[in-house]
Design a binder for this molecule. Structure first.
Ligand code: CIR
Length: 256
């Protein structure tokens, strides 16, 4: 169960956020703000306490707080984002994290290691980590060195089709994974029950489980139905403006 969530208000510069999908156009800032407010409300409906950090114009992608830290029940890890324009985002996240974790339980990924939280999928005490364009083997090694003393297992998962691991696969607890594309057949995920994301709704793989409920992006009826059919109570949130800069439901919060 999660009791806390950290989010960060999007800045106006978010319209210049990194994107691999320029064909979708730039985000509408006012609409993005409105969607962010609704996202916070939806999280509150799941019974968590939400810390809202102020917008930071220096970092267009800084609303995607998930990438700046990995928060576990044992400790917190401040990351070293692989995207050069995102490296400084961690400075604002660390004090927020320090409100919840004692100094001796806050660790850091250091250069030459890079790691973004969007690549880290927590499944109980096993952490699957995407080897992506943003997270390198040294980053995974450092995360393993931090988490293994707590009895956790860290498993690197090579990926080629998506930005981050959780862009294409998320854990819905209870041994259930929502998988799209290359993640439907990865040997690392053998043994989990899979809900397969249909080929025409790949963006909806990025759902989030929060205290028994699953938040699904709005506008993906097949995934919504499949998650409901698996027995989950669902809520939806419109993330259309974040999709334009490759972000989604999980990227917008740190849940712990
Ligand atoms: C980026 O490319 O870094 C941002 N525009 C999107 C980050 C999305 N974060 C995530 O999937 N965890």
């Amino acid at each position: 169960m999660f009791s806390h969530v950290i989010v960060k208000t999007p800045c106006t510069a978010m319209v210049h956020g990194i994107t691999g999908h320029p064909e979708l156009g730039a985000p509408d800032y006012e609409k993005a703000l409105e969607q962010h407010r609704a996202y916070i409300e939806t999280l509150r409906q799941c019974g968590v306490d939400v810390t809202v950090l102020p917008a930071d114009e220096a970092y267009p992608d800084s609303c995607f707080v998930e990438d700046a830290a990995v928060l576990t029940k044992y400790c917190a890890v401040i990351t070293n984002p692989g995207a050069p324009s995102r490296k400084g985002e961690t400075a604002a996240i660390e004090p927020a994290v320090a409100e919840f974790y004692p100094p001796d339980k806050i660790f850091h990924i250091k250069a030459p290691g890079t790691l973004e939280g969007g690549d880290v999928m927590m499944c109980g005490d096993t952490f699957y980590v995407g080897l992506s364009g943003r997270t390198n083997p040294e980053g995974v090694k450092q995360l393993a060195n931090i988490l293994e003393p707590f009895g956790c297992k860290v498993v690197g998962v090579p990926l080629t089709e998506v930005l981050h691991l959780k862009t294409g696969v998320v854990y819905l607890e209870n041994g259930v994974m929502l998988t799209a594309g290359e993640f439907c057949t990865k040997s690392a995920f053998e043994g989990y029950t899979k809900i397969t994301v249909p080929k025409d709704e790949p963006y909806a793989a990025n759902c989030i489980w929060v205290n028994g409920k699953v938040i699904v992006p709005e506008g993906y009826p097949k995934v919504l139905k499949a998650v409901q059919a698996a027995g989950y109570q669902t809520l939806t949130c419109d993330t259309s403006e974040y999709k334009k800069i490759d972000g989604g439901l999980s990227c917008l919060s740190l849940r712990f």
